[in-house]
Ligand binder design. Structure first.
Ligand SMILES: [Zn+2]
Ligand SMILES: [Zn+2]
Length: 307
């Protein structure tokens, strides 16, 4: 109850044009004035009074008082944005509260993980870039996007930006950091035998944020792709996995070149093998899907045929 009341109070503070204008004025001042490395812009009372349309100084003083602590920080030199002030004002300025522009359907690279066809098509569905297989009509992936991400790019660079963000998020998630709120994640590996994915990938790592309640799920094979050992292994073979989207890895799973298995229990241990050009990198994982060891294997091609 208390938490809810606090949240509604915090949003009520913003239900006023002058207050939103104050936050904007601080963001604009920071953008226009800040030298490299100068830190957060601070505006004095009279500077804010010049920038914001407000009847008189006592009104301004009242609004600043209301915003301070939650959205503003006050020091001897003036006012600057707090963490919440930054988040809110960037959200307003970027227009990310609007509906995204439409996109697609557009053909994208990659193979369907269900049927193996190269028939993937991307389009926007609400706040997700959704990729479907036109051959078997199943959804292959859905990646979150922002309206500003769509608005500022054309088709190809938009799809590239979705790959980049999913790769960056995956790296943070594997390091136990919630990309959404920055809190620490807890992770566990679960076996999902009824998964529609190929047998090789019934192990799924699920990471949960107990602060913002976001949950991230990934097949165990994909969870290690952005580990430095995998990035280096693939880079040596001409593949930049760090620039690839998750759906572009389906081919490897489908062909049985990427596999995962449980190798011990109590405590659980796992092993993922990523094969490429006859060689392989093997990654050893503990019960929280943390990579605890890696090894390269030469001439691993014999293992990689999939029935
Ligand atoms: Zn398909
Ligand atoms: Zn979180």
């Amino acid at each position: 109850m208390t938490e809810n009341r606090l949240a509604t109070d915090i949003f009520r503070l913003l239900a006023d044009d002058t207050r939103v204008d104050i936050l904007r004025a601080l963001a604009v001042a920071q953008y226009e004035r800040a030298q490299v490395g100068s830190g957060a812009a601070e505006l004095g009372f009279s500077e804010i009074y010049d920038l914001v349309d407000v009847e008189n100084t006592s009104k301004l003083s009242y609004h600043l008082g209301e915003l301070t602590e939650t959205y503003l920080r006050k020091s001897n030199d003036g006012y600057s944005l707090s963490h919440a002030g930054e988040r809110i004002v960037r959200f307003i300025l970027s227009g990310n509260y609007k509906q995204p522009e439409s996109f697609g359907p557009e053909t994208v690279d990659g193979v369907c993980v269900f049927c193996g066809e190269e028939a993937l098509e991307a389009k926007l569905s609400h706040q997700f870039l959704r990729i479907d297989c036109t051959a078997c009509e199943q959804q292959v992936t859905g990646q979150p996007i922002t309206p500003a991400q769509v608005r500022t790019r054309d088709g190809e660079s938009f799809v590239q930006s979705v790959k980049l963000r999913s790769a960056e998020d995956a790296r943070q998630i594997r390091r136990e950091m919630c990309p959404e709120c920055g809190a620490r994640l807890s992770a566990e590996v679960v076996s999902v035998p009824e998964t529609p994915l190929p047998d090789a990938d019934s192990l799924v790592v699920t990471s949960s944020c107990e602060e913002c309640l976001r949950e991230y799920n990934s097949p165990l094979t994909y969870s290690v792709v952005y580990h430095p050992a995998s990035i280096a292994f693939h880079w040596d073979r001409g593949v930049d996995v760090a620039a690839r989207g998750l759906w572009e890895f389906h081919q490897y799973v489908y062909e049985g070149r990427w596999t995962s298995e449980q190798t011990a229990s109590d405590p659980n241990e796992y092993e993922v093998v990523l094969r490429h050009s006859g060689d392989a990198v093997r990654l050893y994982l503990d019960s929280t899907a943390t990579v605890v060891g890696t090894e390269r294997v030469r001439g691993a091609s014999g293992e990689f045929s999939r029935s």
